[in-house]
Each structure stands twice: as C-alpha cells, then as structure tokens.
Design a protein around this ligand. Structure first.
Ligand code: AP5
Ligand code: ZN
Length: 217
C-alpha cells in the first residue's frame, strides 16, 4: 500500500503516521524528518534546505525528490509506506505517480486531514519533544507529569523545531494553501481521495484512519 497523508502543518500527520506504522506495519516516510536529518548532518541538501525551512517555505522539488527517491530504494519499504508531508507540490505528485507506475504501483489512498487554520497555528507554536525518546509535548495542552522530566523515558532534555513559532507557522500554512491544497483535486480525479475530520481527538482520528486503511488495503 502507498498511503498519503495530506494536511497543513499541525494537522496531525506525524502523530497519525507513527500510530499507523505501529498498527499496520507500514513504514512512515516523512520528508520533513528526512530534511531535518540532512540539516543536522550538514549535507549539501541540508545546507540548501535550512534557510528555506526556517522561513516556512517549501524546499525545492529537486532536493526533496532526490532525498525521497533514495529512501524509496531501500528494502524495508516493500511492506508499504505512509507518506507524511509528501507530495507537497503538483510537480512532486506527478513525479510520485511516475515513479510508482514504473514499478507497477499506484497511490492506494490520499487522505486529507481537514482542520481549522487558527487551531493549527496554536498546535504547532507550542509543540516540543523529548530529546531522548521523541515523545511529544505542548506548552498549553500536554506537559510532562513531573515538570522537566519526560513521562516515557525520564529524560530531562527537550527540543523545539526551529520552525515552530507563530510567525513561521503562518508562512507554512500559506505555503500549504497555495501549493499543496490543490493536490486534493489531483487525487480526487484519480479516484483515491479520502477525507477525515482532524479537529477531533487524536484517538478518534486514529480510529477513522484505521477504518480507511483497512478498507483500501
Ligand atoms: P514537515 O516536517 O512535514 O512539517 P509540517 O507539514 O509543517 O507538519 P508538522 O510536522 O508541523 O505537523 P503534523 O501534521 O505532522 O502534526 P503533528 O502530528 O506533529 O515539514 C517541515 C518543513 O520541511 C516544511 O515547512 C518545508 O520547508 C520542508 N518540507 C518537508 N517536506 C517537504 C516537501 N515534500 N516539499 C518541500 N518542502 C518540504 O501534530 C502537531 C501538534 O498537534 C502536536 O503537538 C500533536 O501532539 C498535536 N495534535 C495532533 N493531532 C491532534 C489532535 N487530533 N488534537 C489535538 N492535538 C493534536
Ligand atoms: Zn523521553
């Protein structure tokens, strides 16, 4: 199966992709995570992507497609993938269709997570994670039970993404509406579009997504 999670920043793509990964044995492929790893490693792609990401813009199709192609070539993705944050432009969607057709495959479902813009800014702007285990927290919605100590692993170091502030979140949202939202029509025309109300609780969204995945795969 090739599942796509479409949705603006903060819609819950990462949260839900990790849950689907555990439940269905699919592999989460997040181009955002791949790009952040490239930035941290200081690769040429990472160096080129850093400023664009910090400003909330979209990294060039060339860089993103290069990183994704490399990852799709690895053997562990055979079981099926959840694309989280990719494709994000018409050119990326077309490149993906071609790449899949080459291997006799196609997109199984593109699931659009529908949310409210202002709520997304709040979700993204307060977010931070445990540096040790990656558990997610939020300034307003979810603190560790003991202040400064991770519930899951006991770690005491936390990190925040460079692009998780209100101003950059707005730029990311604009990029979504201008360049990514049109893909909803693309997948509608291919007959593989599904939508879900992602304003609901994390568990409710997970249940809805689970039913879609069971139905299409
Ligand atoms: P990327 O890493 O993909 O970030 P994003 O799309 O902005 O998405 P986020 O990770 O912010 O949100 P999410 O939908 O995963 O939500 P999450 O589950 O974390 O991209 C970052 C940058 O990289 C881009 O701006 C761009 O520069 C570049 N890039 C990446 N891919 C690219 C591509 N293909 N082409 C070009 N450039 C690319 O949830 C958010 C918060 O809300 C969490 O705190 C969570 O706990 C909470 N939450 C989740 N669901 C719920 C719920 N139902 N109710 C209440 N709270 C919830
Ligand atoms: Zn932890």
């Amino acid at each position: 199966a090739v599942l796509i999670l479409l949705g603006p920043p903060g819609a819950g793509k990462g949260t839900q992709a990790r849950m689907l990964e555990e439940r269905f044995g699919l592999v989460q492929l997040s181009t955002g995570d791949m790009l952040r790893a490239a930035v941290a490693a200081g690769t040429p792609s990472g160096l080129a992507a850093k400023a664009v990401m910090e400003a909330g813009g979209l990294v060039s199709d060339e860089i993103v497609l290069g990183i994704l192609r490399e990852r799709l070539g690895q053997p562990d993705v055979k079981a099926g993938v959840i694309l989280d944050g990719f494709p994000r432009t018409a050119a990326q969607a077309e490149a993906l269709d071609k790449l899949l057709a080459y291997g006799g495959q196609r997109v199984t479902a593109a699931i659009s997570l529908e949310v409210d813009d202002e709520a997304m800014i709040a979700r993204v702007a307060g977010r931070y994670t445990c540096a040790g285990c990656g558990e997610g927290y939020h300034d307003d919605f979810k603190h560790p039970e003991t202040a400064g100590v991770c519930d899951k692993c006991g770690g005491t170091e936390f990190k925040r993404r460079a692009d998780d502030n209100a101003e950059t979140a707005r730029a990311r949202l604009e990029a979504y509406h201008a360049q990514t939202a049109p893909l909803i029509a693309h997948y509608g025309a291919l007959g593989v579009l599904e939508t879900i109300d992602a304003m609901a609780s994390i568990d409710t969204v997970a249940t809805g997504l689970g039913s879609i995945v069971e139905r299409v795969s």
